[in-house]
Design a protein around this ligand. Structure first.
Ligand code: MRU
Length: 367
């Protein structure tokens, strides 16, 4: 997607030095566009843990390249063992996004039968690149499938403006390109559909106000920032035609874990008969899980709630306290929306009911 008119992905191999991987430091957006170079598996781990990169798809792509960096660092004599250790280390960076473990295991499986260090290193890189390319292509396809839903709503409104509500950032910045929830929006814009996006600010990390608004602005998509609690009110007043969100981990029965607050949007959407869609590449499915209640929910530092960071008048990014000193704060990162509240899953293979047998049929080869 575009940044000041130039196309970027969110992760790429350095063109000057193929032993380095480049990312955008998302902690500094929207105030500064800073590219950071990763040269070690430890740097990839910290980038995921400290949220320089975030969002399920990009966490997976970073883990894939992290495994490549680990392969470069390792001694020839113990490369396979060191790679296995690096995989466990990377997996421990954040718990909820399925793509993290999926990407690590994919690289380990790809190199498992190889004998020479150079073949292992080459294959680790090729697999990381494939994970990233596939992520971008799957999101593009999600856009094509999701566009048909938006087209139907536009037609039902006689070509009137379609209002879409989204939570968190399931956009380009959460993936390698296009995004999942945003891909149908970009595809509909390209098809000439008049649309507008309500963006939940998404406290406490503000993925909505900081990232989704910036991303949609760069792409020239009409959007309005709202507080996290405004969605229900807008739905009651016919100001929302559909909700599209992403997911960090999806069970085989269609329960979805996504950024905290998603569940409440799904409840409000159901109460107001508004379609609630979840957009995801299949890398987000956890085929071992049926019940969303078994998904591990990340609990982050309470400091993210008691303080808030922003741009000062003199151009520095600073953090200020918004709660009493010493207050106890519980910072749950995700919640689970049960399949019964999901109108459908928009995947790279098409739109499927959030239901075990339908999902199983569409992805029979993966289960
Ligand atoms: O904590 P984050 O910013 O990594 O959480 C991201 C989300 O919850 C996204 O909505 C989610 O990853 C789905 S889109 C990849």
């Amino acid at each position: 997607m575009k940044v000041n008119g130039t196309h970027y992905r969110t992760i790429w191999l350095s063109p000057d030095d193929p032993s380095k991987v480049e990312i955008i430091d998302q902690r500094q957006l929207p105030h500064r566009f800073v590219i950071v170079s990763l040269d070690k598996v430890e740097a990839a781990y910290s980038a995921i843990k400290d949220m320089l990169v975030r969002g399920a798809g990009l966490i997976g792509a970073t883990a894939g390249y992290g495994m490549y960096l680990a392969a470069l660092q390792a001694d020839d004599s113990s490369l396979p063992q060191q790679l296995t250790q690096a995989g466990s280390y990377l997996k421990s960076a954040r718990p909820t996004a399925r793509n993290l473990g999926w990407a690590v295991d994919r690289v380990l499986a790809a190199v498992a039968a190889l004998e020479t260090p150079s073949a292992i290193r080459q294959t680790a890189l090729a697999t990381a690149a494939t994970i990233a390319d596939e992520d971008a292509e799957f999101c593009r396809l999600i856009g094509e499938h999701g566009r048909s839903l938006i087209e139907k709503i536009a037609a039902a409104k006689g070509g009137g403006r379609v209002n879409i509500l989204t939570h968190c950032n399931a956009g380009w910045l959460a993936f390698v390109d296009y995004g999942s929830a945003t891909a149908p929006i970009y595809a509909s814009r390209d098809a000439g559909i008049d649309l507008h996006v309500w963006v939940d600010e998404t406290r406490p990390w503000n993925q909505g106000s900081r990232l989704t608004c910036w991303e949609l602005g760069q792409e020239g998509i009409s959007h309005t920032l709202i507080t996290d609690n405004a969605g229900g009110h807008l739905m009651q007043h016919d100001l929302v035609d559909m909700v599209i969100v992403g997911t960090d981990r999806t069970t085989r029965a269609g329960d979805v874990a996504n950024k905290i607050g998603t569940y409440l949007k799904a409840l409000a959407a159901r109460d107001n008969d508004i379609p609630f869609y979840v957009a995801l590449p299949s890398s987000t499915f956890d085929w071992q899980l049926v019940h969303g209640t078994d998904i591990e929910i990340e609990i982050r530092s309470g400091d993210e709630i008691t303080t808030i960071a922003g741009l000062t008048k003199n151009g520095t990014i600073e953090s200020v306290r918004v709660a009493p000193d010493g207050v106890e704060a519980a910072n749950y990162g995700f919640d689970v929306t049960p399949a019964r509240l999901v109108s459908g899953l928009i995947t790279e293979r098409g739109i499927v009911a959030a239901e075990e047998s339908a999902i199983g049929k569409l992805f029979a080869d993966k289960i």
